[in-house]
Design a protein around this ligand. Structure first.
Ligand code: PLP
Length: 418
């Protein structure tokens, strides 16, 4: 290959270069080696818990950092009561569930969590998945068929898009959060049944889905709506029931999907809805039927996290106060956070090289943010992603802002004057 590899991105290496599908394309390996200074920012080793301040490995050494990377929105991943509950389950139930929920992996703790999630969301039933990704993929592919159409926001998470691909339905996209574009897409595509797929909070842009407007459009075409509440569940709404509660549309969506890996601080996914639909889905969602159930120790932690997240609304209040404060300060510094209005904030840099260079500088100075590159976001929106939590103190946030100001603002000014 003679082309300039520095101009390549992940989309250029989809096709193999040999006859062996088990071999990585040599040009990919060369590309990663050439960009190792950028690649080394990925898969950093966390040496402690996902707390507001933690320690990661950087440059081969432990580096204390302010953590704006983890999804530990309410600080429940390391809450002392959660840890006690997990320890107790480890003692009574051992480590693994050792089977699919269908055959042997369902425990009394799993059933209890199903009941509590259903009650929390005001639904008849709930079922659990061993990952949020598998839950979204399993629900979409378990319910849609070849003759159906999935209409997805063009910033949808891959778990949703892969679910549509697996179902073999027709998949159509509409412009991000644009009711007119959804209207046009629904007008163009007629399947036997239509499902509009949106998110409560978009994981890269940190903006809310425009749920009311999009549901209005979907209903006018007799289409059902599926909301991915991965980032919004337990963090949004007066009672923590997600973006659907926040926008007052809960009674307009038949299923509720969320994850336990974000505000719950654990692992897994769930879907809640009518008994009949879930009874069907339990047999047709492959990641449910053919994959091991969550470990009981994780279920016990989630049960306690649910109890704390619903009985302590002050955690949500603190989360939103922190998010609003951080947004306001970033804007004062002239830092572009796109359309975000939530605790998930892109810090848009736009230029790949500069983003990686700045990301190194931030880590050297003790601030941990996630690099987000194309194709996860469009080329002109290459960014860091910062997640603010209820556990950050004002001092943590102010120190993070100082580091961002010292690192980013002079660069922005230099670029303007160049
Ligand atoms: C919008 C969205 N849906 C689903 C998932 C998958 O969740 P999990 O990480 O729990 O597998 C994610 C993960 O970040 C997400 O951002």
């Amino acid at each position: 290959m003679n082309e300039d590899l520095t101009k390549f991105n992940l989309s250029n290496f989809l096709f193999g270069e040999s006859n062996d599908p088990l071999q990585a394309p040599p040009s990919f390996t060369k590309w990663v080696q050439m960009g190792s200074w950028a690649a080394e920012l990925y898969e950093p080793e966390l040496l402690a818990s996902a707390d507001a301040r933690t320690t990661i490995t950087y440059g081969g050494k432990p580096r204390p950092v302010i953590n704006l990377c983890s999804y530990n929105y309410l600080g429940l991943a390391n809450h002392p009561e959660v840890l006690v509950a997990a320890h107790e389950a480890l003692r009574t139930h051992g480590m693994g569930a050792c089977g699919s929920p269908m055959l042997s992996g369902m425990t009394d703790l799993h059933r209890e969590l199903e009941r509590r999630v259903a009650k929390f969301l005001g639904r008849e039933d709930a079922m659990l998945f061993n990952s949020g990704f598998g839950g979204a993929l399993g629900t979409i592919s378990g319910l849609l068929r070849k003759t159906d159409v999935a209409i997805l926001d063009n910033r949808s998470h891959l778990s949703l898009r892969d679910g549509a691909v697996l179902s073999r339905c027709r998949a159509e996209k509409f412009e991000h959060n644009d009711p007119d574009s959804l209207d046009a897409a629904l007008g163009r595509q007629k399947g036997r049944r239509q499902l509009v797929i949106v998110e409560g909070i978009y994981s890269m842009d940190g903006d809310f889905g425009k749920l009311k407007e999009l549901i209005d459009v979907a209903e006018s075409h007799d289409a059902s709506v599926f909301i991915d509440e991965a980032h919004s569940m337990l963090g949004c709404g007066d009672h923590g029931r997600g973006a659907a509660e926040h926008f007052g549309v809960e009674d307009r969506v038949p299923l509720v999907y969320g994850t336990f890996s974000k505000a719950f601080g654990a692992l897994g996914g769930f879907v809640a809805g009518s008994k009949e639909t879930l009874q069907y889905l339990r047999f047709y969602a492959h990641p449910y039927v053919y994959s091991c159930a969550l470990p009981p120790v994780v279920i016990a932690a989630i049960l306690k996290a649910l109890e704390l997240g619903t009985s302590q609304p002050e955690l949500r209040v603190r989360l939103w106060e922190n998010a609003d404060y951080f947004h306001a300060q970033l804007h004062t510094l002239g830092i572009d956070t796109g359309a975000s209005t939530t605790y998930v904030m892109p810090i848009i840099i736009g230029d790949r090289g500069r983003m990686y260079q700045l990301c190194h500088e931030l880590r050297r100075r003790g601030l941990w943010v996630a690099p987000v590159d194309y194709p996860a976001v469009p080329q002109n929106r290459i960014c860091f992603r910062a997640c603010v939590t209820a556990k950050h103190t004002r001092a943590d946030l102010d120190e993070a802002l100082n580091i961002l100001e010292d690192t980013l603002v002079p660069t922005a000014l230099q670029t303007q004057s160049a």
